[in-house]
Design a binder for this molecule. Structure first.
Ligand code: T4K
Length: 390
């Protein structure tokens, strides 16, 4: 990425863009490239490319050990892992989820004929509000999916209490939360199970990948069967299933990235500090805080723009003109996307915080960025915000 000018003039005013190449949110981190390439060579030599090969087994062992959980069942992506977890837990009817999440959380249910019912969030953390969850329970409700959004733990105990009171299953979409902790314990052991995504855009990636992690032996065994067509042994199928397997090359990428994960987190945290310093005191702009008492990969740089969508969208346009491809994840909220928009045309009335947050959020690039790039990005935000308020 080449910085081609400072931002005294904005590209939206006809100046050239600040960056020659686009800066992306979600640029993949490649850990130990040499180790990865070496492992790919071994995979080709082994002539064993998928179907529970030695790299997948080693990956599962290392992830389970890292998370302090009994089982890691690796999958081809986080969405299939969610679908398998939902099916393995026997969810039916309605399941309560936040609308303020990536669309996969809702689709994993709908794809299986289950209705996702959207509950509101706490605007301070962007995570599910257990009181709103309670209001959405009907006789058809069978479960709750909490999402640890931006890697910050959902209110685990309060959601568990709601689930217990009503005899519901609770699982967590931990797609953002690899390496996060909650009250000192690693995310991975909460609820009946937790589901990880190792997509290329995540802090820890296997290119494509995901996993169901759990301390429940029976659930893990069911998930293992389901990800491999229900095969128990050669020519012996004992369960309905699909193809959810992780391939060897993805596991090798994961192993190479796991060895460098703490470096990735340290880099993200430094970047976060730089953003915080650079954006300090800018009227109407605030960086969403991570809980300082818990560990977080600091992967997502989430800015909230105080005066709502008009200014947020102008800042976004200015950043895009500078070749900074900031995102407004997860605007407009799942409830405003199809098929849910038609299914629940009035859902917004129950989702006041979600609707407000969706108009405010801007996600900025993180990862392998020089300090000057972060300062330039922050300058663009500052100039646009200052113009708006003066
Ligand atoms: N639950 C939650 C809460 C999730 O956030 C996700 C996924 C899931 C479940 C499902 O897990 P997976 O089935 O995906 O494992 C991206 C990711 O595709 C998605 O994995 C992720 N969440 C979501 C938050 O972000 P898009 O539609 O924004 O992707 P896209 O193609 O626009 O790429 C994002 C940015 O990253 C772009 O600016 C380009 C850049 N990029 C992307 C890739 C793939 C690169 O620079 N290099 C790359 O290789 O969904």
């Amino acid at each position: 990425m080449k910085l081609i000018r400072s931002t005294t003039d904005l590209a939206i005013n006809g100046a050239p863009p600040a960056f020659e190449e686009p800066l992306h949110v979600g640029r993949p981190i490649v850990g130990d490239r040499a180790a990865f390439l070496d492992q790919v060579g071994r995979i080709l030599d082994n002539q064993w490319l998928t179907n529970n090969g030695q790299f997948v087994q080693e990956f599962e062992r290392r992830i389970a050990e890292y998370l302090g959980v009994r089982h890691c069942v690796a999958m081809c992506n986080g969405t299939i892992a969610l679908e398998i977890a939902i099916r393995a837990l026997g969810l039916t009817g309605e399941v309560i989820v936040p609308s303020w999440t990536f669309i996969a959380t809702a689709h994993a249910l709908y794809w299986q004929g289950i209705t996702p019912v959207f509950a509101d969030i706490d605007p301070a953390t962007h995570n599910l509000d257990p009181d709103s969850v309670r209001r959405m329970i009907t006789p058809r409700t069978t479960g709750i999916i909490g999402v640890h959004l931006w890697g910050r733990a959902a209110p685990v105990e309060r959601l568990q209490a709601v689930a217990d009171e009503h005899g519901l299953k609770l699982l967590f979409d931990a797609a953002h939360a690899f390496g996060s902790t909650y009250r000192g314990g690693r995310i991975g052991s909460f609820g009946a199970c937790e589901v990880l995504s190792f997509h290329a855009t995540k802090a820890f990636n296997t290119m494509e990948g995901g996993a169901v992690v759990t301390n429940d032996d029976e659930l893990a065994e069911t998930a293992r069967l389901m990800r491999n067509f229900g095969f128990k042994a050669y020519d012996y199928v004992i369960h309905p299933g699909t193809n959810g397997k992780m391939i060897e090359v993805c596991a090798a990428m994961g192993l190479a990235n796991l060895d460098r994960f703490e470096e990735t987190v340290a880099m993200n945290r430094r970047n976060h500090d730089t953003y915080r310093r650079s954006l300090a005191g800018v009227s109407g702009i605030s960086l969403l805080d991570y809980d300082p008492t818990d560990h977080n990969s600091h992967h997502y740089v989430v800015v909230e723009v105080g005066s709502g969508s008009a200014l947020r969208d102008r800042i976004l346009a200015a950043l895009h003109a500078e070749n900074v491809l900031a995102r407004k994840y997860f605007w407009p909220g799942c409830h405003r996307m199809q098929p849910y928009r038609d299914l629940f045309p009035h859902a917004g009335m129950m989702l006041g915080h979600t609707e407000k947050v969706a108009e405010q959020v801007l996600v900025l690039p993180n990862g392998n960025l020089p300090t000057e790039a972060i300062e330039t990005i922050s300058d663009v935000v500052r100039q646009m915000a200052t113009c708006a308020w003066s």
